[in-house]
Design a protein around this ligand. Structure first.
Ligand code: HEC
Ligand code: HEC
Length: 213
């Protein structure tokens, strides 16, 4: 009961802080300083160093490139992501992106997130990395031999992410909770790659991705 209550507080606090910040008539100019201020509203879920929180399915975001964080925040805002009824973690995140509603907010907080050092959280799944290597042959084109992604193809680095988060995303792409919106061009290029993967194959390929660290 206590724990449930705390979780509620953690979920509500950021919204209250955003409401408070919105009362401030003169926000600092766009950039790192404003990014650091906005990031305070992310800390209850993503942690002070952007390390994430498995209890509420909030991934590590530290060190994700600025362009990718911006695109995802815009995707959440537009409703490409985090709007599907089955996507509970996404539904938790979406209002936070919507609250970044002043010019330069998304750029500023994304720049700040990108400046944090990636945290490489420990593995929790037990996929077969050997079998996963075979599946990863397809992924290399976009995510690279090193799992660091390719900005030209809008493919993010995946090597530093939580394994349970990557699994959730592969499931989301496959089910169409992510990447199926007609305007979500880049999500669509990713989605097709998940249609052939069953759950075991997903866990295997993620196990392989984690060996690239
Ligand atoms: C109420 C908790 C909560 C708060 C506050 C929150 N997030 Fe999230 N965030 C989540 C969850 C849960 C997910 C995972 C969504 C999913 O599984 O698709 C997420 C996902 C993300 C992602 C996608 C990461 C990826 O690899 O695609 C980004 C980027 C992100 N959050 C940035 C932020 C920023 C920036 C803030 C502050 C402005 C913020 N979040 C505040 C819960 C939160
Ligand atoms: C044609 C290029 C392409 C290929 C091939 C590809 N991806 Fe992706 N992937 C992307 C793009 C683009 C995104 C970002 C989509 C978005 O903006 O929502 C992405 C996103 C992801 C994500 C979500 C990351 C996050 O932080 O939320 C995961 C996990 C992922 N890919 C894994 C894989 C795996 C595993 C394979 C091979 C089976 C693969 N991808 C093949 C382009 C590709």
């Amino acid at each position: 009961m206590m724990q449930g209550g705390n979780r509620w507080m953690r979920a509500l606090l950021p919204a209250a802080m955003v409401a408070f910040a919105a009362c401030d008539a003169t926000p600092p100019p766009a950039g790192m300083e404003r990014g650091a201020e906005l990031f305070e509203t992310c800390v209850p879920c993503h942690g002070a160093t952007g390390q994430g929180d498995a209890d509420i399915a909030a991934p590590a975001i530290a060190g994700l490139p600025q362009w990718y964080v911006q695109e995802q925040l815009m995707g959440f805002q537009a409703g490409f992501r985090g709007k599907h009824a089955d996507d509970l973690p996404g539904l938790r995140m979406r209002p936070m992106a919507v609250s970044l509603n002043r010019d330069g907010d998304i750029e500023s907080v994304s720049e700040y997130v990108a400046s944090l050092e990636a945290t490489y959280p420990a593995s929790t799944l037990h996929g077969n990395a050997g079998r996963g290597a075979d599946s990863y042959v397809v992924c290399v084109t976009c995510h690279g031999e090193d799992g660091l992604g390719n900005p030209d193809l809008h493919a993010p680095p995946i090597v530093q992410m939580h394994d349970w988060y990557l699994l959730n995303q592969l499931r989301n792409f496959k089910s169409g909770a992510r990447g199926a919106h007609p305007e979500d061009v880049w999500g669509g290029t990713m989605r097709v790659n998940t249609l052939v993967l069953d759950d075991q194959a997903m866990q295997d390929v993620i196990a392989y991705v984690q060996t690239l660290r």
